[in-house]
Design a protein around this ligand. Structure first.
Ligand code: AMP
Ligand code: GLY
Length: 425
């Protein structure tokens, strides 16, 4: 079959890498793709939100399955448009993607269906939000309701920071309409983990748990980023807890969406805080995680295309997924200055040397080709990924690969996987 993959980041390179291994695949197309994906697929210069161009392209190339990576096109209804055009698409429709696109919608769903999450209130009036914060005190979390490219959340350790975050979102309109409404939420204490699941709207098939590293600096210091590294499995999620997440979070969410008339099919991503009283939901995302995908898919032994097709045609109850027992670790190499200002266009060397190790794969995120020269082209540049027998040796293998790769002002965290190692020690 011919497959079209929409997106251009590290997550999409990992998806392309996995899809390219399927014996069912005839040809893989990516739109717009990146230089890493171009080595595996034919890339078309169409943006992820140009739905009509994507539909025309898919029809012209006899594409039988379109896989959507990022949340933005899903929230804008790419799955609805493809379905109307008679095309099969992996990813939820706009009504279901609200689970990520509106934090207030997600919280209402969780309360209605008894899914464990922090206490919250939603506000469209800044004065009322501020009064609530003053009454509750800190620590407290302020979230812009809509999609804000990962910048809409402030974990405030004092009241002034919380009030400022409300001002920035609601009065300065720093996130545009996304901040017209804010959610003010209880600050959950614990260790985070991500559990992604395939679903066809009824059956839920979770993937191996993983852990992201959001802040830019070692020791979880500095501003939040899109994710600076990940590992899987995540020992903070015990087998019993994994089962609990399925039973108390993922399945009730999918069942609830069906009851609401917004059936959810695709990948459901649960961002969890593992608290003393058990796993609680920090957020739902309507797509694969980045960089979680880069550590989860290398551990998936089964062919991904039949799983995705089963999500699209409602037969996921007939599917099983086999997982590799080995550990996987990704270290993200970023442009110096990210997530604030940074320069682009720096030449990248050493990827081939890093990939000499058969267990190392370098996923491209923010790169571009200038002739034959590979240049940096974004905040997160590469996801250097290693597979190995255990987390400790795999962390070492990933960092040995990182050290072979060079570009000016490269920044990466040096403590990816440390929480797992501390827990295992
Ligand atoms: P998000 O942009 O929704 O992914 O949130 C960014 C980060 O903020 C999360 O990864 C958590 O580290 C933190 N966060 C969000 N909500 C809460 C909460 N209720 N309690 C503690 N931390 C939170
Ligand atoms: N790794 C965080 C996310 O994909 O939202």
């Amino acid at each position: 079959m011919n497959v079209l993959l929409v997106g251009s980041g590290g997550r999409e390179h990992a998806l392309a890498w996995k899809i390219a291994q399927s014996p069912l695949l005839d040809k893989l197309y990516c739109a717009p793709g990146n230089p890493g994906m171009a080595a595996l697929a034919e890339c078309a210069d169409i943006a992820a939100t140009e739905f009509h161009k994507l539909i025309a392209f898919a029809k012209d190339r006899a594409v039988e399955l379109t896989v959507v990576g990022p949340e933005d096109p899903l929230a804008k209804g790419i799955a609805d448009c493809f379905a109307e055009a008679g095309l099969v698409v992996f990813g939820p429709k706009a009504a279901a993607a609200q689970l990520e696109a509106s934090k207030a919608f997600a919280k209402q769903m969780m309360v209605r269906y008894g899914i464990p999450t922090g206490a919250y209130e939603e506000f469209t009036d800044a004065d009322a939000a501020m009064a609530y914060v003053r009454a509750k005190g800190a620590p407290i979390v302020i979230k812009a309701d809509g999609l804000a490219a990962g910048k809409g959340v402030t974990v405030a350790h004092d009241v002034d920071t919380a009030l400022d975050a409300i001002r920035v979102a609601m009065l300065d309109k720093a996130f545009g309409d996304a901040g017209g409404k804010v959610v003010v939420e209880e600050c959950l204490i614990g260790e985070e983990a991500s559990i992604l699941a395939f679903t066809d709207g009824a059956t839920v098939l979770p993937m191996a748990p993983s852990q992201d590293h959001k802040p830019i600096f070692d020791g979880d210091r500095g501003p939040n980023t899109g994710g600076m590294g990940a590992y899987s499995p995540a020992p903070v999620v015990t087998p019993e807890m994994f089962e609990e997440v399925q039973r108390t979070i993922l399945q009730p969410c999918v069942d609830g969406m069906a009851k609401e008339g917004k059936p959810y099919a695709g990948v459901l991503y649960a961002g969890l805080m593992i608290t003393e009283s058990g796993p609680q939901v920090i957020e739902f995302n309507c797509r694969f995680g980045d960089p979680e995908t880069q550590v989860v898919l290398p551990r998936m032994k089964s062919d991904i295309l039949p799983v995705m097709m089963a999500c699209c045609n409602g037969t996921l109850d007939q599917v099983e997924i086999e997982w590799d027992d080995r550990a996987c670790v990704t270290v993200v190499m970023a442009s110096g200055g990210y997530p604030r200002e940074y320069e682009k266009g720096k030449p990248i060397t050493g990827i081939e040397a890093a990939e000499q190790d058969a267990d190392v794969t370098v996923f491209h995120a923010g790169t571009r080709l200038d002739g034959s020269a590979l240049l940096t082209n974004g905040g997160r540049v590469l996801g250097v990924t290693a597979l190995g027998p255990d987390i400790e040796s795999t962390v070492e293998k990933a960092y040995a690969a990182v050290e072979k790769i060079h570009f000016e002002c490269a920044h990466y965290r040096t403590d990816i996987g440390l929480k797992a190692l501390n827990r295992l020690a």
